[in-house]
Ligand binder design. Structure first.
Ligand SMILES: [Zn+2]
Length: 97
């Protein structure tokens, strides 16, 4: 990896990590929110069970799709795996931060 690319890779990775944290927060919030709506239909009104389960599945699918698009190495564009605090890409060995 060339020296002048390292800063760019670190900045790109930092943005991807930030987006990933935001996506995790939104997905968790929505899944929990739909679970609460399901449990407290007295508060939120009547929703059919199927609509709430479909909504949760839609959130999870969108999250997986977003992760597949976002959570990639800025250098080699391969999927980064489960560890969100990665330091080095295990595919191309680029330093991520
Ligand atoms: Zn890589």
């Amino acid at each position: 990896m060339q020296k002048h690319d390292e800063k760019h890779i670190a900045r790109d990775f930092w943005m991807r990590q930030g987006r990933q944290f935001v996506a995790i927060a939104i997905a968790l919030f929505l899944v929990l929110f739909f679970a609460v709506v399901y449990k407290r239909q007295d508060l939120f009104g009547e929703f059919s069970r199927n609509i709430l389960i479909s909504a949760q599945l839609a959130v999870i699918t969108a999250f997986i799709g977003f992760t597949a698009f976002n959570w990639r190495c800025p250098s080699c564009n391969k999927y980064l795996g489960k560890d969100i605090n990665k330091r080095v890409c295990r595919h191309c060995r680029a330093r991520l931060r």
